[in-house]
Design a protein around this ligand. Structure first.
Ligand SMILES: [Zn+2]
Length: 282
């Protein structure tokens, strides 16, 4: 599933090619993805100039003229391909459900095999109070997300820290993989009670969350260069995992005898897999 770094990477790919161009043609090859496309979507979008592309949590926000915002979620398996002017756009395949042709000759294709993606339109001034966004916590990469802010949000919470990090109301879109990785890097057990972790340790956790997300975005950015010539696969950061999906292996820098300790442990929290080192995370 695309997580924040993947969505940010897509945003950074789309922003320079979309900004300033007009939607010349919108092609919808079905009536719906996870939900029906908004009413008269084609008519409402065609002709509008794109003012910019931003991101909130795991949603892309295409800001257009007439105070119109296209809210776009990539779902579980959604992929975006960008064809520059002069590129040959291949014949649409089965799951190429949406195509956006821009006035600058760029074509954007959204492929969503499992159709968990979403597209909606909203007036720009309604975004902060929109049902999808009104209860979402701070962006993890924004200066507004600090150890102090996290401590305040976790105050009195008896939930396990891993689950608290996955709660969108606490912080937006950290995601399952990066929550495990950041907890490992800050030496905090995923099972620690959220409200009982010291402000200093939460400060370290926030720094590690920012670091790992930035690192993942960087890895994605370099992949995006040939996004349009490859199958557009998301999830190129897997080579850098310290604990995620590494059950039974030694964690990086660990001196423990895996035969005796069992190495990295996998547990399930809130239905999602968590990976951690019980020796180095307390
Ligand atoms: Zn270890």
């Amino acid at each position: 599933m695309p997580e924040l770094p993947e969505v940010e990477t897509v945003k950074r790919g789309l922003s320079p090619v979309m900004t300033g161009a007009r939607v010349a043609r919108l092609t919808l090859r079905r009536k719906n993805l996870r939900k029906p496309f908004p009413r008269a979507m084609k008519k409402r979008l065609e002709g509008l100039k794109v003012l910019g592309v931003s991101r909130r949590a795991k949603y892309l926000l295409v800001n257009l003229e007439n105070e119109t915002v296209l809210i776009w979620h990539l779902g579980m398996s959604g992929q975006v391909r960008i064809y520059k002017k002069g590129d040959k756009v291949p014949k649409p395949e089965k799951h190429d459900h949406v195509q956006i042709d821009l006035s600058n000759g760029v074509t954007i294709v959204f492929t969503d095999p499992r159709r968990f993606g979403l597209m909606d339109l909203a007036p720009s001034d309604e975004i902060p109070t929109h049902p999808l966004f009104k209860n979402i916590g701070p962006e993890p990469l924004s200066p507004a997300f600090t150890g102090k802010v996290l401590a305040l949000r976790l105050k009195g919470k008896g939930t396990e820290i891993k689950l608290a990090l996955m709660d969108q109301k606490v912080v937006a879109g950290v995601g399952n993989i990066y929550a495990s990785e950041a907890l490992f890097r800050s030496g905090i057990s995923p099972k620690a009670k959220a409200g009982s972790i010291s402000a200093v340790r939460l400060g370290a956790l926030v720094r590690e969350i920012k670091k790992i997300l930035k690192k993942a975005i960087k890895a994605g950015g370099s992949t995006l260069k040939d996004h349009r010539t490859t199958d557009g696969g998301l999830g190129y950061f897997q080579n850098s995992f310290a604990v995620y999906d590494r059950e039974g292996q030694p964690c990086p820098g660990c001196d423990c005898n895996v035969a005796r300790t069992g190495g990295i442990k996998r547990i399930v929290q809130g239905g999602r897999a968590t990976f951690y080192c019980p020796r180095r995370q307390r």
